[in-house]
Design a protein around this ligand. Sequence first.
Ligand SMILES: C[S@@+](CC[C@H](N)C(=O)[O-])C[C@H]1O[C@@H](n2cnc3c(N)ncnc32)[C@H](O)[C@@H]1O
Length: 247
Amino acid sequence: MTPQIMMSERLMKPLRLLEYIHSLEDNQFDLVYPRGVRNLSPVHWTPVTVARRAAAFLVREPNTRVLDIGCGPGKFCIVGALTTGGQFTGVEQRKDLCDLAQTTIHQANIPNAKVFSGNIAEVDFSGFDAFYLFNPFEENLETELRIDDSVHFSINLYSRYTQHVAEQLAMAPLGTRVATYCGVYQEVPMGYECLENSMDSRLKFWEKTKHERMVAKPPEAPVTGSKGRFMSRSFDTDERGDWDGAD
Ligand SMILES: C[S@@+](CC[C@H](N)C(=O)[O-])C[C@H]1O[C@@H](n2cnc3c(N)ncnc32)[C@H](O)[C@@H]1O
């Protein structure tokens, strides 16, 4: 999937995103993307209904700054920006997906959404108030779930990215909100309380309620489920990696 192929396949059509968002129609919304990216949607991009709920939870007041950790072609940021008063930023390591997100946001003229190209391991979270994760690091563990082979994968990278996010979230102020979709949320450190758990435990809403000391020890990769995906596994809070509550 190269940027050239993506752009030449791309259908330039009027963007009726809000209409599709309000009717919760993923098939319609995803038409904004070229076929190759659209076909990835059922597995890799957040469903509109989930994005709306997560964005509504994360944006507590106008201009809340939300970071989508691994934003893909920007679907969560676009839905969030169009349905709340938050400021949505996505970071994406795959340049072609980042370019597509930027083009889509520009064409749809969405002033409160933007994305940038980069690796989460280089991102300082202090410029954001709330965070969204759709299981971004799982492809380091599951070959079947890789979008493509354009990036490096390893269990060590899984641990490194997960640890970076956990460390950054551990430094965030009380009241910081996080929404996780699928995965085993090892990125969420102790001190965050799960306020809502829905969609068969796939969608979780967290808020930082306590300052907890974090042990500097990288999380071990979780065991995958029988279908080779750990999105359906339901973990208790105590199983969230190796972070120690100190007390
Ligand atoms: C499951 S997709 C979710 C996309 C988007 N957040 C959504 O909900 O529609 C995970 C995305 O994270 C990106 N990603 C994985 N590891 C990353 C990293 N270390 N830094 C930045 N992006 C990363 C992948 O390229 C992929 O596009």
